[in-house]
Write a protein that binds this ligand. Structure first.
Ligand code: FES
Length: 121
Protein backbone atom coordinates (compact mmCIF):
# COMPACT_ATOMS: atom_id res chain seq x y z
CA UNK A 1 0.00 0.00 0.00
CA UNK A 2 1.64 3.26 -1.02
CA UNK A 3 0.82 5.78 1.61
CA UNK A 4 4.22 7.39 1.75
CA UNK A 5 3.07 10.56 0.06
CA UNK A 6 3.35 13.79 1.99
CA UNK A 7 0.35 16.12 2.26
CA UNK A 8 1.08 19.80 1.71
CA UNK A 9 -1.33 22.68 2.20
CA UNK A 10 -0.44 25.68 0.09
CA UNK A 11 -2.09 28.99 0.88
CA UNK A 12 -2.33 30.87 -2.39
CA UNK A 13 -2.29 34.63 -2.92
CA UNK A 14 -6.04 34.81 -2.47
CA UNK A 15 -5.71 33.16 0.92
CA UNK A 16 -7.25 29.94 -0.34
CA UNK A 17 -5.97 26.60 0.84
CA UNK A 18 -4.85 24.18 -1.83
CA UNK A 19 -4.14 20.68 -0.54
CA UNK A 20 -1.93 18.41 -2.62
CA UNK A 21 0.40 15.47 -2.15
CA UNK A 22 4.02 15.00 -3.09
CA UNK A 23 6.64 12.30 -2.82
CA UNK A 24 9.46 12.39 -0.29
CA UNK A 25 12.54 13.83 -2.00
CA UNK A 26 10.55 16.12 -4.28
CA UNK A 27 11.12 19.82 -3.83
CA UNK A 28 8.15 22.08 -3.21
CA UNK A 29 8.74 23.52 -6.67
CA UNK A 30 8.43 19.98 -8.09
CA UNK A 31 5.12 19.65 -6.30
CA UNK A 32 3.82 22.96 -7.66
CA UNK A 33 4.76 21.86 -11.18
CA UNK A 34 3.53 18.28 -10.88
CA UNK A 35 0.20 19.37 -9.45
CA UNK A 36 -0.17 22.17 -11.97
CA UNK A 37 -0.69 24.76 -9.27
CA UNK A 38 -1.32 28.19 -10.67
CA UNK A 39 0.85 30.53 -8.63
CA UNK A 40 1.62 33.34 -11.03
CA UNK A 41 5.33 33.77 -11.65
CA UNK A 42 6.29 31.00 -9.25
CA UNK A 43 9.50 29.12 -9.97
CA UNK A 44 10.61 31.31 -12.85
CA UNK A 45 14.16 29.97 -12.94
CA UNK A 46 13.05 26.34 -12.67
CA UNK A 47 14.97 25.66 -9.50
CA UNK A 48 18.38 26.95 -10.54
CA UNK A 49 18.64 29.46 -7.68
CA UNK A 50 18.55 32.38 -10.09
CA UNK A 51 15.32 34.02 -8.97
CA UNK A 52 13.36 34.32 -5.76
CA UNK A 53 9.92 33.65 -7.14
CA UNK A 54 9.61 30.30 -5.39
CA UNK A 55 9.65 32.09 -2.03
CA UNK A 56 7.37 30.43 0.51
CA UNK A 57 6.59 31.29 4.12
CA UNK A 58 6.18 28.61 6.78
CA UNK A 59 4.99 28.24 10.33
CA UNK A 60 7.87 28.28 12.76
CA UNK A 61 7.61 24.63 13.76
CA UNK A 62 7.57 23.58 10.13
CA UNK A 63 10.42 25.91 9.27
CA UNK A 64 12.64 24.19 11.85
CA UNK A 65 12.06 20.87 10.11
CA UNK A 66 12.95 22.00 6.61
CA UNK A 67 16.61 21.11 6.64
CA UNK A 68 19.71 23.21 6.08
CA UNK A 69 19.85 26.48 4.13
CA UNK A 70 22.79 27.10 1.83
CA UNK A 71 24.51 30.46 1.47
CA UNK A 72 23.35 30.59 -2.13
CA UNK A 73 19.75 30.22 -1.03
CA UNK A 74 20.16 32.90 1.62
CA UNK A 75 21.62 35.33 -0.91
CA UNK A 76 18.66 34.78 -3.18
CA UNK A 77 16.15 34.94 -0.33
CA UNK A 78 17.47 38.40 0.53
CA UNK A 79 15.97 39.56 -2.75
CA UNK A 80 12.57 37.98 -2.18
CA UNK A 81 9.47 40.08 -1.82
CA UNK A 82 8.09 40.09 1.73
CA UNK A 83 10.94 38.15 3.31
CA UNK A 84 10.11 36.74 6.74
CA UNK A 85 12.02 34.94 9.49
CA UNK A 86 10.51 31.67 8.32
CA UNK A 87 11.00 32.10 4.57
CA UNK A 88 12.59 29.54 2.29
CA UNK A 89 12.91 29.03 -1.43
CA UNK A 90 10.51 26.32 -2.51
CA UNK A 91 12.92 24.82 -5.00
CA UNK A 92 15.39 24.17 -2.19
CA UNK A 93 13.02 22.52 0.26
CA UNK A 94 12.65 18.77 -0.13
CA UNK A 95 9.75 16.80 1.21
CA UNK A 96 10.17 14.36 4.06
CA UNK A 97 7.57 12.37 5.93
CA UNK A 98 8.04 14.61 8.96
CA UNK A 99 6.59 17.47 6.93
CA UNK A 100 3.23 15.69 6.59
CA UNK A 101 0.41 18.22 6.73
CA UNK A 102 2.71 21.22 6.42
CA UNK A 103 1.40 24.64 5.46
CA UNK A 104 3.32 26.70 2.89
CA UNK A 105 2.13 30.23 2.25
CA UNK A 106 2.72 31.87 -1.12
CA UNK A 107 3.68 35.52 -0.58
CA UNK A 108 1.49 38.23 -2.06
CA UNK A 109 3.94 39.09 -4.75
CA UNK A 110 7.15 38.00 -6.37
CA UNK A 111 10.32 39.88 -7.07
CA UNK A 112 11.99 38.37 -10.08
CA UNK A 113 15.34 40.07 -10.22
CA UNK A 114 15.67 39.23 -13.87
CA UNK A 115 12.78 41.44 -14.91
CA UNK A 116 12.53 44.50 -12.71
CA UNK A 117 9.17 45.96 -13.53
CA UNK A 118 8.31 49.40 -12.29
CA UNK A 119 4.77 49.17 -11.05
CA UNK A 120 4.61 52.43 -9.13
CA UNK A 121 1.55 54.55 -9.60
FE1 FES B 1 14.20 30.24 -8.89
FE2 FES B 1 13.75 28.66 -6.78
S1 FES B 1 12.75 28.64 -8.68
S2 FES B 1 15.24 30.21 -6.99
Amino acid sequence: RSDNKVTINFINRDGEKVTVKGSPGDSLLDVVINEDLDFDGFGACEGTLACSTCHLIFDEDVYKNLGPVTDEELDMLDLAYGLSDTSRLGCQVCLTKSLEGMVARVPESVADIRQSKDESG
